[in-house]
Write a protein that binds this ligand. Structure first.
Ligand SMILES: *Cc1c(COP(=O)(O)O)cnc(C)c1O
Length: 403
């Protein structure tokens, strides 16, 4: 389109459908997939110019592919970032960002409530390169401040956190990072740009596991890093050499996923709020953790920096004899018939997980307690089934607890 509007003139829902559409001479209305590893040139001279970067254009799908580029440009526009780099998975996005931007002796401050595998990167791999990480409570600004060192280069968080729905104050943490020349990196997997735009709040880089809501139907693994070209080009340089690239087929699935992202996130959030309010009223539910509830200690902050509350709830269950233990949690889960027992989330299908014995199963007990992962805690990632059917299914869980 020659008269392309500026992305800032369009709403996120429109960008998700219209931005960076791929048009070839065939004029397909749906984006085509360029399922090719390499590209041909008119001449030897052109090949040389493309490889050296003198002439822009496709070289090799490890770092240049039209379908992958369309996904990158669309996601960057939606997040309000200058550029995006697509990667093979969310973990490829997280690890590539660290490896591209950090050097031995650097220091990272991170929320302790991050995706479990991110902690493995800190403890096993960054440590090996003499990069230290300090873990802090997401919601406690004083802890972040106290953890800062002169060599701190990155502050890293997810908000809302998994599974307890704690909220990080992105604006305040961006100021803290920038006062010291550090970067704020936000994993925006749980909200997506449909509900939260960390870059507008001051974050430098946004990370995605596209595997979750960007796909939305549990089909493909993918990830992305969004931000200013000065930073994303460093990540792209790492990807070009190290090779954790996104497949063009997956990029095409994510392009299709983005088109319905706004609608899905709205429907996910609506279903989840209805269920969270309902769960709060049920016997057998000792506590509901969800930032959309007025009872959540950071509800106001969540309402300020998000336009919806997302689809992940954590509940603490109690059986009719007053036991709040692993057995009660497992009985509740095994009582359901519709909701899938799996650790995945971000799917149209609702899922139920016992973090203490799965996603956080290898976390040592002390750290688990500090992170609030109690034995009677259950995580629900609410999908798009009819809310009444989900209530019926959760009622089966309550029945298994003796209610
Ligand atoms: C799943 C997840 C990741 C990792 O993504 P993969 O695509 O599975 O590698 C990172 N961060 C968050 C918040 C996640 O939920």
């Amino acid at each position: 389109m020659s008269d392309k509007p500026d992305p800032s003139e369009l709403h996120t829902d429109t960008l998700a459908i219209r931005w960076a559409q791929l048009r070839t001479d065939e004029m397909a209305h749906s984006d085509p997939i360029f399922l090719t590893s390499s590209f041909v040139y008119d001449s030897a001279a052109q090949a040389a110019a493309r490889f050296s970067g003198e002439q822009p254009g496709n070289v090799y799908s490890r770092f240049t592919n039209p379908t992958v580029r369309a996904f990158e440009e669309r996601l960057a526009a939606m997040e309000g970032g200058e550029k995006a780099v697509a990667l093979a998975s969310g973990m490829a996005a997280i690890s590539s960002t660290f490896f591209a931007l950090l050097a031995p002796g650097d220091h990272v401050v991170s929320s302790r409530s991050v995706f479990g595998t991110t902690n493995v990167i800190y403890n096993r791999y960054l440590k090996k390169f003499n990069i230290d990480t300090t873990l802090v409570d997401l919601a406690d600004l004083d802890q972040w401040r106290a953890a800062m060192r002169p060599e701190t280069k990155i502050l890293f968080l997810e908000s809302p956190s998994n599974p307890l729905s704690e909220i990080g104050d992105i604006e305040a943490l961006a100021r803290l990072a920038h006062d010291q020349g550090a970067l704020l990196v936000v994993d925006n997997c749980f909200c997506t740009p449909a509900l939260q735009k960390p870059i507008e709040l001051g974050a430098d880089l946004v990370i995605h596991s596209a595997t979750k809501y960007l796909d939305g139907q549990g089909r493909c693994l993918g990830g992305a890093v969004v931000g200013p070209a000065t930073l994303t080009d460093e990540v792209l340089g790492f990807v070009r050499s190290a090779g954790p690239s996104m497949s063009p087929f997956n990029a095409w699935v994510f392009l299709k996923g983005l088109e319905t992202l706004g609608l899905r996130m709205k429907a996910h959030s609506e279903n989840t709020l209805l269920l969270a309010r309902w769960l709060e009223q049920q016997p057998g539910i000792a506590r509901v953790h969800y930032s959309g509830l007025e009872s959540h200690p950071q509800h106001q902050l969540a309402a300020r920096q998000q336009s919806g509350f997302g689809a992940v709830i954590a509940i603490e269950v109690e059986d009719s004899d007053g036991h709040r233990d692993r057995q009660a949690a497992w009985r509740f889960m095994d009582g359901t018939r519709l909701i899938s027992i799996t650790a995945n989330l971000g799917d149209v299908k609702s899922t139920i997980t016992h973090p203490g014995s799965t996603t956080h199963g290898r976390v040592d007990p002390e750290e688990k307690e500090r992170a609030g992962i109690t034995e009677n805690l259950i995580r629900l990632a609410i999908g798009l089934e009819h809310v009444e059917d989900l209530k019926t299914d959760l009622s089966r869980g309550l029945k298994a607890l003796g209610f």
